[in-house]
Design a protein around this ligand. Structure first.
Ligand SMILES: NC(=O)c1ccc[n+]([C@@H]2O[C@H](COP(=O)([O-])OP(=O)(O)OC[C@H]3O[C@@H](n4cnc5c(N)ncnc54)[C@H](O)[C@@H]3O)[C@@H](O)[C@H]2O)c1
Length: 360
């Protein structure tokens, strides 16, 4: 458990990924005397670009795999683990290849929990809004003024004009990705009851920002922005192909600040499962994101349309942050313009490297 953040040892699994590397650098900058270990198997294309940044900041990189218990158990004693490793695509498994997502997201959690139990470490687990069942959300939403929103007559617990709250019913299919995360959440509570460690789960909506290697099925904001910047084709998929699906987005720095305050004050948050996201003020329809990207890049591109629904797609997801704000005082500070502006500056600065990775 963390006694003093300034001298803590913090392990970040998936530490070369988008969120993991951002948090590793954030914590190390705040606490230069801490020991930060980033473990990653570099499965995600582009994560390798973060290795030089981690090294320069004094973060120790370990090339390891959460599916291998020995890769974790051979690490030195840790005070905290921030679990950011994942196969993070909601599409994972729909092609019939179900093994990797389950092994990484579920077996990997078990291996992380054995390490946390060994060291009585604090745990911050990054879960997802995808634990909420798809049909329950989709059936409760309809198009209003060109974008999906909860129907006023829907009367579903946990759904309001503020978005989706933690008491939204959990019955129904949610994708293999969402299921591995929900199953992990359940295991965390059981392990903690047996082994006695502190933990918090953050169910995040869309996260975006610099150093996200965006692709169609994960990281759509960076994908959208880069396609505008480089004048490449884009299309709206599903629900008639009009871009009416709505998402909120959280700047990765807002998430880093949240995880920091959770590690600094674990007693206040331990045992809680909390929604965390951009919230209703930072939500837009896909066509709204197109307009924002066109405005900021100064380039209008033709967006195609594929009306056929995509497995795992949601009409609407906006985070109801009221519980986490009441508990911690945290709320996202950076708006969508800041998010897009920071991301565009990063894309421009590293254009040559990023074009190869972000362009199929
Ligand atoms: N980015 C989002 O919009 C978002 C939204 C909600 C939740 N999350 C969750 O946040 C966490 C971080 O996501 P991200 O956006 O940084 O994804 P990411 O793909 O950028 O990072 C994940 C990292 O995990 C690594 N990894 C994959 N399999 C591994 C394995 N078996 N062993 C070790 N490392 C492995 C990858 O190489 C990658 O660097 C994930 O748990 C994800 O489910 C992300």
């Amino acid at each position: 458990m963390i006694q003093d953040p300034a001298t803590s040892t913090v392990l970040i699994t998936g530490g070369a990924g988008f969120v993991g590397s951002s948090f590793a650098l954030h914590w190390k900058a705040r606490y230069p005397g801490s020991r930060v270990i980033a473990l990653d198997n570099l499965k995600r294309r582009g994560s390798e670009l973060n290795l030089a940044r981690l090294k320069q900041a004094g973060v120790t990189f370990v090339h390891g795999d959460v599916r291998q218990a020995t890769d974790l158990m051979s690490l030195p004693t840790i005070d905290a683990l921030v679990e950011c490793s994942a196969e993070p695509s909601v599409m994972a498994g729909y092609d019939g290849s179900t093994r990797y997502v389950v092994d990484t997201n579920l077996l990997g959690t078990v291996n992380c929990l054995e390490l946390v139990a060994r060291d009585k470490a604090d745990l911050v687990f990054l879960s997802t809004s995808r634990v909420y069942p798809m049909d329950a959300i989709n059936n409760a939403c309809a198009v209003q003024d060109g974008r999906f929103a909860p129907r006023p007559d829907a009367a579903v617990t946990g759904l309001s004009a503020e978005g989706v709250a933690e008491d939204f019913p959990l019955h129904g299919l949610r994708s293999l990705y969402g299921t591995t995360k929900l199953a992990s959440e359940l295991l965390i509570a059981e392990y903690a009851a047996i082994h006695g460690f502190r933990w918090v789960v953050d169910r995040c909506g869309v996260i975006a920002g610099p150093w996200q290697m965006g692709k169609t099925d994960q990281g759509f904001i960076i994908l959208w922005l880069s396609r505008h910047l480089w004048d490449l084709p884009l299309r709206y998929t599903g629900y008639g192909g009009k871009g009416a699906q709505v998402r909120d987005a959280m700047h990765v720095e807002d998430l880093c600040e949240l995880v920091q305050l959770q590690l600094e004050g674990m007693d206040r948050v331990s045992g809680h499962v909390l929604n965390a996201g951009g919230g209703v003020a930072n939500a837009d329809a896909l066509h709204g994101f197109t307009e924002r990207c066109a405005r900021i890049t100064g380039r209008t591109i033709q967006v195609g349309s594929d009306p056929a629904d995509r497995p795992g797609d949601l009409k609407y997801y906006v985070t109801d942050n009221r519980r986490i704000t009441a508990l911690t005082g945290w709320a996202p500070k950076r708006d969508l313009d800041t998010l897009l502006g920071d991301s565009l500056a990063w894309l421009r600065q590293h254009e040559d490297q990023l074009r190869v990775i972000l362009t199929p």
